[in-house]
Design a protein around this ligand. Structure first.
Ligand code: 9MR
Length: 366
């Protein structure tokens, strides 16, 4: 009997009064980090320590499943600095210490973004000051954590076809005040502040094979060509992969795999950085919904992991109890969302088994 059948049998048993049932189900669910490690991959999740106070079971689940983590909020500019030039690293330091204790690598997230800025930042930006404000921030933050992080998301979501620019860049505050060179400057400054961290451009919607995604892919490859030609230290691309349950037909297809090959040819390490699946517009029936979500996890990850340049998978949360989607993309019928691998009781869902199967099918990294 394979693992999935064994767990289905345990879950289906009517004798739910057995105190050991939940433990048995969890025990049969091999840690995803272990399945990943067998293939030379990493598996992890976004992390916020406050959830562990609400649920000790979640803490246990997190530590058992993850060998890499991304702070969900704690390293964003508005979390670190409420007043100009004054930084409080205490919460982020706690997170880094927790990860060190539990042998979990940390992905720094994120240095230069248009979102999650403290209110004081936009007020200080002008074509004269913006460069100094950005570089000071990078020096302070990347300098503070130097040597302790696996990687940095140096720029985040810097592409947006909606900005209607021929280069596909997002017309954000940094571009408007510094110009397109803000990206190159950000990477060079991060490399100087933390020479050990892997430097990543983290981006959304690159994984979607439609007109919008195609435009982003083209812009991404053009940007990489220009940066690499100038010797800019950029080592990887992060694909957020906030996927939608109603987009199965445009996920994990041949053109997506062709895009991953293009990144590979440019010697990029590739990371799936914020994986989850919005079930907001899927049928209400939980069995039906869970199956659609699981099928997308399997299809998308199987396609992603076939490419050896993909080094790891980070989910944007592990348990449905703690997902940004319940606040940002709730269901119209008011039912709880089910976007992640484990349910609100930290029990594995079909999505877990789909992720496990994709990891087991992945070629071993050398
Ligand atoms: O999940 C995060 C949510 O709790 C925050 O309110 C929000 C703004 O900081 O950011 C969310 O995480 C985002 C990530 O940092 C970047 N990519 C999109 C993620 C989901 O919105």
């Amino acid at each position: 009997m394979n693992r999935r059948d064994f767990v289905t049998m345990l879950s289906a048993t009517a004798v739910t009064k057995w105190a050991s049932l939940e433990t048995a189900v969890q025990a049969a669910a091999a840690p995803l980090k272990q399945l990943a490690d067998q293939k030379g991959l990493m598996f992890g999740s976004s992390l916020a320590l406050k959830y562990f106070e609400q649920s000790p079971a979640y803490k246990q689940l997190f530590v058992s499943q993850c060998d890499i983590a991304t702070p969900e909020l704690q390293m964003k500019w508005n979390s670190l600095s409420r007043q100009p030039g004054i930084y409080d690293f205490s919460t982020a330091d706690q997170l880094v210490a927790f990860c060190a204790t539990n042998r979990i690598k940390v992905r720094g997230h994120t240095l230069v973004w248009h979102d999650s800025l403290p209110v004081w930042v936009p007020g200080q930006l002008s074509p004269v000051t913006a460069r100094t404000v950005m570089l000071d921030h990078i020096q302070k933050v990347a300098g503070h954590f130097a040597g302790k992080l696996y990687s940095w998301d140096v720029v985040n979501e810097a592409l947006d076809p909606g900005s209607q620019r021929p280069d596909g860049l997002r017309s954000n505050l940094w571009l408007q005040n510094i110009g397109v060179s803000y990206i190159e400057q950000a990477f060079r400054a991060t490399a100087a502040a933390d020479p050990k961290a892997l430097l990543v451009w983290n981006e959304n919607y690159l994984e979607v094979s439609n007109g919008f995604g195609d435009a982003k892919r083209k812009a991404m490859l053009n940007q990489l060509d220009a940066l690499l030609a100038k010797g800019v230290p950029i080592h990887g691309v992060g694909l957020e992969a906030h996927l939608r349950g109603d987009q199965a037909n445009v996920l994990g297809d041949a053109s997506y795999e062709a895009f991953l090959s293009e990144l590979t040819q440019r010697k990029m390490k590739i990371f799936i950085t914020e994986l989850d699946i919005q079930d907001s517009s899927l049928p209400a029936d939980v069995g039906e919904r869970d199956k659609i979500v699981a099928d997308i996890y399997r299809k998308f990850l199987t396609a992603s992991l076939r490419q050896p340049a993909v080094k790891g998978v980070v989910a944007w949360g592990l348990s449905d109890a703690f997902s940004w989607i319940s606040g940002y993309r709730p269901r119209k019928d008011g039912l709880p969302v089910r976007p992640l691998a484990f349910d609100i009781n930290c029990q594995p869902k079909p999505a877990y088994f789909a992720i496990a199967e994709a990891l087991e099918a992945a070629p071993r990294r050398v």
